[in-house]
Design a protein around this ligand. Structure first.
Ligand code: 5GP
Ligand code: SF4
Ligand code: MG
Length: 457
């Protein structure tokens, strides 16, 4: 998912609306904005892309106030339906709350059961509502304390933006699994999952929000504090590999630059005898350019993506996924015909994309297809908000690299080694700063193996 929030701007909802467009790649199932004006909460949520969820100026203008929070969703807990769209809004004894959450709570089911036994009535099946109930039931006089208290009970990955009647609270889980940054737009503060949202609305990046940091913004300015105790840091490496936009900077590294470096390292580690290097749009272009630059093999555009179809993996079902891939990409015959092609992709998850693309390239006349992947094989499910929650779906969980190579029909297949990938971050950024659990199964939190997306249904 993607979150954005702003405090102290006369056009808060408008700015949020534009910023969400910059975060659209982080979720395409639903979109929403909530704003607060003088103790009154306004909100609009809809299914699909932002352009589908919102229809025209009028709707945005109704979202009054100087503070707003927005969300684009891609579901990792709870199905894709309007009840699960965010921001989640509710009122309780301390006023209004609007919550926008990126990530996945691993103990949502446990907390949900506990809360239900104690009388809570749930309206959605998303893990975010659990947090809403925790906040509503906390008994401090200060809403900020109630939020802090609630966050100490949830485990997993989260970046939250929470709007109250007079405050914006932004917090990032103690491991920093999901990214979140702080910026400034004139006199207003802004918070976003990725810095590309700041560029889009003309805001200035101030800094990343730290793991375990809670930022409270109100009429008196900004206050920072830490919660949850000191742990290791575990930012998701997949944010760099695949998920984030190349023009974003996350925790000190530009995403494009890092991907390009992955590509260079991949070329050193796994060279190929070939005539042309191509990348799988959009997320692998940077790595393919790096591979070409390092290997001296010319970079070409050999695959064209239909821009008007969302990311395949964001479609909820396997049937839709398979359909999406065929609609989505086409080979450029003039480029690949008669050529030995290196096809760089950022990851192999289920293995369906690579297989289809290899076939596409061969059908377009490629004589050899060498697949190079700018990340290690994904062997373990993710419990933190990237949509690979069962190991049954992961091709590398059951097949060796030669078997995957055969499955996708490539002439050769190689993956970037994990230690090489981490080397791209330089000496200061060792294994301990990143989550790499889907590559080796060493999760930075406890996990509940039976967790499925539909646990709360
Ligand atoms: P798959 O191997 O599942 O067919 O898809 C891998 C390709 O789709 C890669 O090009 C990657 O960019 C994208 N992709 C699809 N689903 C996911 C996912 O759940 N996680 C990641 N990291 N990439 C995915
Ligand atoms: Fe990211 Fe993988 Fe960790 Fe999930 S398990 S947070 S995808 S690195
Ligand atoms: Mg891709």
């Amino acid at each position: 998912c993607g979150v954005f929030a702003i405090f102290g701007h006369p056009e808060a909802a408008h700015v949020t609306y534009y910023a969400l467009y910059a975060l659209q790649h982080r979720g395409q199932e639903s979109a929403g904005i909530a704003s607060i004006d003088g103790g009154k909460l306004y909100h609009h949520r809809g299914m699909g892309l932002i352009s589908e969820a919102f229809h025209g100026e009028e709707q945005i203008r109704k979202l009054k106030g100087h503070a707003a929070v927005g969300h684009v969703r891609y579901s990792t807990t709870g199905s894709s339906e309007i009840a699960n769209a965010q921001p989640l809004v509710f009122g309780f004894r301390q006023g209004n709350l609007a919550l926008a959450h990126n990530g996945n709570l691993i103990n949502a089911q446990q907390l949900h059961d506990l809360l239900e036994r104690q009388g809570s009535i749930f309206q959605s099946t998303s893990d975010t509502e659990v947090v809403a109930h925790l906040i509503a039931r906390s008994h401090y006089d200060s809403i900020v304390e109630n939020i802090r208290q609630s966050m100490s009970m949830v485990k997993g990955a989260y970046a939250f933006c929470i709007l109250t009647d007079d405050k914006l609270v932004a917090l990032r889980d103690p491991l920093g699994l999901r990214p979140m940054a702080l910026g400034r737009l004139g006199d207003a503060y802004v918070v976003a999952s990725e810095t590309c949202a700041f560029d889009t609305v003309g805001a200035e990046f101030i800094r990343d929000i730290e793991p375990g940091e809670m930022i409270v913004i109100d009429a008196n300015g900004l206050q920072s504090s830490f919660f949850g105790g000191k742990t290791r840091k575990a930012l998701c490496t997949f944010e760099y590999i695949y998920f984030a936009r190349p023009d974003s900077d996350i925790d000190g590294y530009n995403v494009h630059a890092i991907r390009k470096k992955f590509g260079k390292l991949l070329a050193q580690e796994h060279p190929a005898d070939a005539d042309v290097v191509i990348g799988v749009p959009d997320s692998s272009i940077s790595a393919a350019i790096g591979y070409a630059e390092e290997s001296g093999i010319p970079y070409e555009i050999g695959l064209i993506k239909n821009k008007y179809i969302g990311r395949t993996f964001i479609q909820p079902s396997q049937e839709l996924r398979s359909l999406g891939v065929r609609l989505k990409l086409n080979a450029v015959r003039a480029i690949v015909e008669g050529k030995r092609v290196v096809m760089v992709d950022d990851s192999i998850v289920r293995g369906t994309t690579s297989g289809r693309l290899v076939k596409l390239l061969r059908d377009a006349g490629a004589v050899e297809v060498h697949v190079r992947i700018s990340s290690p094989p994904v062997t373990h499910p993710c419990f933190y908000g990237i949509d690979t929650s069962t190991s049954g779906e992961l091709i590398a969980a059951t097949k060796t690299i030669p078997e995957i190579c055969e499955f996708i029909g490539a002439d050769s297949l190689e993956f970037l080694r994990l230690d090489t990938l981490l080397g791209a971050f330089g000496e200061s950024a060792g294994e301990n700063n990143y989550c790499n659990a889907c590559f080796h199964g060493q999760y930075p939190t406890e996990v509940y193996e039976d967790t499925s997306k539909y646990v709360l249904e």
